[in-house]
Design a protein around this ligand. Structure first.
Ligand code: FES
Ligand SMILES: [Fe+2]
Length: 355
């Protein structure tokens, strides 16, 4: 099917009560995945690092945004900068660890060395090379900014603004641990599952269902984010923030976790979980680890159902589904935002010559 037809097979104008989900082809067709890479992931601000990883000069973090390797580093002048982590010589990754501390950035391949400001400092053994301007051979910069307690990066400077999320307060938590999960599904299956307004909780997460008040679950879609929340049976609330397209912040009275959803293939997804607690002292370490273990149990339940959904999406028996008007306003928002991004991306690409 042509990409135009795939995109136009979703109708974003339908109200929630009439709406269908995006069609299965959006989860299965490599053309859609590539268009998402060029639009959804290249034009939005993406979480690149936690701010606590880059407190001191010389600290750096590497990451992928829209499949582009990036490095974010705090310079000797204290300024945070982002660069494509691609050596100007023959394209090797300059920084190869996921994070660390360095006085300069040296490529492991042939030893080209860049300052923390990205400038090329030395390129050994070039011989009598001509037309070579060292000052033009620095690492290519990428736009970075600070949002709450994260460093965000945006490949396309004309892309969308970062979502403003009212009343989101994450200041009382301290980072504790990071875990990575891999799922055999398209990244959107994981996001859909997150945005179903607690619909799956009584069925998939029976343990969680005992502490959440399912009937009181609230869904509050914003412009480019959605807040879902539920009272705990014992008091307090669970707040689930989704930031379009692929970042979630889950806040409980004494804990928080974030989920960064990274497409690793058409039907392969990595989700990076960062766990935070108000108290991360040794005295409560066991309690915090027990909380993570519980969260991991829930995550495993989600992994299994997402795999099942991905398999079903490829069936000839399925094209698209309906949405619960009570529960799935967040998912409806997600699909409409996606549609808008893909459509504008398609127009942009088609306007360009030779494509
Ligand atoms: S690729 Fe980096 S020095 Fe050659
Ligand atoms: Fe779940």
């Amino acid at each position: 099917m042509k990409l135009e037809e795939i995109i136009s097979s979703y109708d974003p104008t339908e109200q929630l009560a009439e709406a269908s989900t995006i069609p299965a082809s959006w989860y299965l067709d490599p053309q859609v995945a590539e268009l998402e890479r060029q639009t959804v992931f290249s034009r939005s601000w993406q979480v690149a690092s936690r701010l606590d990883q880059l407190q001191k000069s010389g600290q750096y973090v590497t990451c992928d945004v829209a499949s582009e390797p990036l490095v974010v580093v705090r310079g000797n002048d204290g300024v945070l900068r982002g660069f494509f982590n691609v050596c100007r010589h023959h394209a090797a990754a300059v920084m190869t660890e996921s994070s660390g501390e360095a006085g300069h950035m040296q490529c492991p391949y042939h030893g080209w060395t860049y300052g923390l400001d990205g400038a090329l400092k030395s390129a050994p053994d070039l011989g009598s090379v001509s037309n070579f301007e060292r000052k033009d051979m620095g690492l290519v910069p990428v736009e970075v900014a600070i949002w709450k307690r994260w460093i965000i990066a945006r490949l396309d400077q004309e892309g969308a603004r970062m979502s403003t999320v009212p009343n989101l307060d994450v200041s009382r938590f301290n980072w504790f641990e990071r875990r990575h999960y891999f799922l055999d599904c398209n990244w959107k299956v994981f996001v859909d599952n997150y945005l179903d307004g607690g619909y799956h909780v009584p069925h998939i997460h029976q343990g969680l269902n005992r502490v959440l008040d399912y009937s009181e679950y609230q869904i509050e879609p914003g412009e480019r984010f959605c807040l879902q929340w539920s009272p705990f049976s014992g008091g307090g609330r669970a707040l689930y923030y989704w930031i379009y397209p692929n970042f979630m912040i889950n806040i409980y009275p004494a804990a928080m976790d974030t989920n960064l959803v990274i497409p690793r293939g058409l039907s392969r997804t990595e989700v990076v979980f960062d766990f935070y607690f108000t108290d991360v002292s040794d005295a409560v370490r066991e309690r915090n680890l027990a909380s993570i273990a519980e969260s991991e149990g829930i995550q495993n339940e989600d992994v299994a159902i997402c795999t099942s959904v991905q398999h079903g999406l490829a069936s000839r028996a399925y094209n698209s589904g309906r949405l619960s008007a009570r529960r799935e306003a967040g998912e409806h928002l997600f699909h409409r935002l996606l549609h808008a991004d893909l459509l504008s991306g398609l127009h942009r690409i088609r306007r360009l010559p030779n494509q």
